[in-house]
Write a protein that binds this ligand. Sequence first.
Ligand SMILES: [Zn+2]
Length: 231
Amino acid sequence: MMKISLLSESPADEIALRVLVGGVLGGAPVFVQPGLRARGWPNVAQLLPAVIRHLHFNTGAHVLVVVVDADDSAIHTAEHDRPDYFHPRCRMCQLRAIFRQTEKNLPAAHGRSHLLRGVGIAVPAIEAWYLCGADASVTEFAWLDGQSLGVVPYTRADLKMRTYGTDRPNLPHEIKCALQAVARHRHDTRRLENDFPNFAALARDLRTAQAEVAPAPFDQPNGSERTSRPA
Ligand SMILES: [Zn+2]
């Protein structure tokens, strides 16, 4: 069973993200506490190296999922995935680089060489993911078009109003609305992956991790098949 830890910007985000991670993996994963709690960007990036080291050495976690809002940062696009490319104002590029740098010289622990990565960026904020499937005007593409034209299609306050009915929800109300929203994607995250490529990137990371940690039985029709594969 794959053990997952989650680092996000708030306790409400974390509760909703557990549902989405389960939706991608098709089951209820086991969650391990990250040991530290972040409060917004840039605190997530500042804590990330310590969280990676803690999980690697002190827990049996296989994957660390990190999700932050894009806010007004540069949006990660396919162009950024080229080898050796790094955009200093893109949070996806920054977080992936922190994983690479932190894990470069870590010795193996708990029977694994390194902690696997799951990074997602909510564009421009996690409420956009919550509105996916309920408000067709809210997509990552709409936000990117707006950025290039210099006219934002909606503000982060708009997204909060549409999600919570207020731009200053209290925590219980925020959690209730977030859980109602992510319930739409509980068994099928394809719409979210289609409308939000920086969610799709997280889903790819999770499936890669799952294939590495717990290969599906149909991938190994017999025991000899795996060992005969080229390394
Ligand atoms: Zn990037």
